[in-house]
Design a protein around this ligand. Structure first.
Ligand SMILES: [Zn+2]
Length: 188
């Protein structure tokens, strides 16, 4: 397993739609394992393929120790509304409230390419929607008002020089650097 570099805001791959996965391969199994590794190392709760420079319609999520692989996910149903703070492993240190459907039903394939449906609410629903957005080239900043987005982008501009080539090398960050950051467990 390996820790992958995370692509950050500005890398065009974060704005591209992904391609459905039609068959599981050894290489994709390895990618999924590496994505979990990378997400754990970066203290995130979700990670989508474009965030590690890939174009497959594939994401991983893990909340409260429950890993979920989402291949070709689609939201079938949405209900309610909930507002919550979001961050993104691809937009470090930027956080904002986003309103989304509170409850969703998702259909996806698991790592064995078996279809399943999942009902999710609250944080899990938020995380899955955030990751599916990534698979469609969408970022949580897109939901903000012009004013809030402008403020977030101005803050990002000051941070972005830490990520030359739009690459975040989480392998160089020690867990100590990340400790004490109150928002980290919400990065998606
Ligand atoms: Zn994200």
């Amino acid at each position: 397993m390996a820790i992958l570099d995370i692509r950050v805001l500005g890398d065009p791959i974060l704005r591209q739609a992904t391609t459905p996965v039609d068959a599981m391969t050894e290489e994709l199994h390895r990618l999924i394992a590496d994505m979990f590794d990378t997400m754990h190392h970066a203290r995130g709760i979700g990670l989508a393929a474009p965030q590690v420079g890939r174009t497959e319609r594939l994401a991983v999520v893990e909340i409260e120790g429950e890993p979920i692989v989402l291949i070709n996910p689609e939201v079938l149903e949405r209900a309610g509304k909930a507002k919550g703070e979001e961050g993104c492993l691809s937009i470090p240190d930027i956080y904002a409230d986003v309103e989304r459907p509170r409850d969703i039903t998702v259909r996806a394939l698991d790592e064995q390419m078996q279809p399943f449906e999942l009902e999710a609410t609250q944080l899990l629903a938020r995380c899955i929607q955030h990751e599916i957005d990534h698979l469609e080239g969408k970022l949580f900043l897109d939901y903000l008002s012009v004013l809030k987005r402008t403020a977030a982008l101005a803050k990002w501009k000051l941070e972005s020089h830490h990520y030359p080539g739009y690459i975040r090398r989480v392998s160089l960050e020690t867990p100590e650097d990340l400790d004490g950051h109150e928002h980290l467990e919400e990065e998606l």
